[in-house]
Design a protein around this ligand. Structure first.
Ligand SMILES: NC(=O)c1ccc[n+]([C@@H]2O[C@H](COP(=O)([O-])OP(=O)(O)OC[C@H]3O[C@@H](n4cnc5c(N)ncnc54)[C@H](O)[C@@H]3O)[C@@H](O)[C@H]2O)c1
Length: 258
């Protein structure tokens, strides 16, 4: 897996536990140049502080609300000021209001569902569309997002489940649209990892205990590196014939019934 000289945006780095942070670390170790991005305000301030802990200093740390077209246009301009093309985009962003999570499925109002869908699913299209002129200039660009197996219904995950189903579908549609332009689009289904987003789902820690018990290979909820390494593979030219897929990185949990 070689990412030497690849120019990659990782969107969604909040703390060192973030999947985005581990992905930036892994890609950087493989030789990629990285730009980080996150929502404006506190999230970006924390991101800037922890960015110095990455093995190589990021080229820049940028802010954008992923739901705002003007922010995404400004993000594309800022990236374009550093690079004339973009080899990779990692979408590591999700959000759902509290009343859309934790066992509230039947009571969640549409406003909250719409917000969760906008930030966690539709934003993949928004981000990719705004960066398309830069992605098209790369010889073999790759887009990777993160999902949590949406083929089944989970306890407490509630409306994040349908947003992940939408994300996985958008992943396939983008792959169909962008394949002829030389751009691959894939998603990685990660087993549960203890992050800020994970902690914000009431009861998610209890659900997560099933993976170390049942996954054939076992599972460490504090170690996102196995997921990050697969994302790095999908960003590399080694995955040049893979698109529109959801790759399970979960210790084999989805392969067994009990
Ligand atoms: N942690 C898990 O167990 C797990 C499992 C499977 C998939 N995932 C997915 O991994 C991705 C990253 O999540 P994480 O677990 O690393 O948590 P995290 O909290 O570290 O990352 C989520 C990020 O989304 C950003 N964000 C939220 N709303 C935004 C907005 N409007 N504009 C811009 N950024 C916004 C947050 O600032 C944060 O950086 C998400 O898609 C999540 O669903 C996580």
């Amino acid at each position: 897996m070689d990412l030497t000289g690849k120019k990659i945006l990782v969107f969604g780095v909040l703390t060192e536990t973030s999947m985005g942070y581990k992905i930036a670390e892994s890609a950087s170790e493989q030789g990629a140049d990285i730009i980080l991005a996150n929502a404006p305000g506190t999230a970006s301030n924390i991101m800037k502080r922890i960015s110095s802990r990455l093995p190589n200093k990021p080229v820049d740390c940028l802010s954008a609300d992923i739901t705002k077209p003007d922010d995404l246009a400004a993000l594309a301009l800022s990236i374009g000021a550093h690079w004339d093309s973009l080899d990779g985009v990692v979408h590591a962003v999700a959000f759902a209001p509290q009343d859309a999570l934790g066992g509230n499925f039947l009571k969640t109002p549409f406003d909250s569902v719409a917000k969760a869908m906008e930030v966690s699913a539709f934003s993949l299209k928004g981000l990719v569309a705004s960066l398309l002129p830069l992605l098209e200039k790369a010889p073999r660009a790759s887009v990777v997002s993160l999902t949590f197996n949406a083929q089944v219904a989970w306890p407490v995950y509630d409306w994040m489940g349908p947003t992940k189903a939408a994300l996985e579908s958008i992943n396939r549609y983008l792959a169909k649209e962008l394949g002829p332009r030389g751009i691959r689009v894939n998603a990685v289904d990660s087993g549960p990892i203890t992050t800020m987003a994970g902690k914000s789902i009431p009861g998610f820690d209890k659900l997560a205990t099933l993976w170390p018990e049942r996954a054939p290979l076992g599972w460490d909820t504090s170690d996102a590196k196995p997921v990050a390494d697969v994302v790095a593979f999908l960003l590399s030219d080694s995955s040049r014939a893979i698109t529109g897929q959801v790759i399970h990185v979960d210790g084999g949990f989805t392969a067994v019934g009990a």
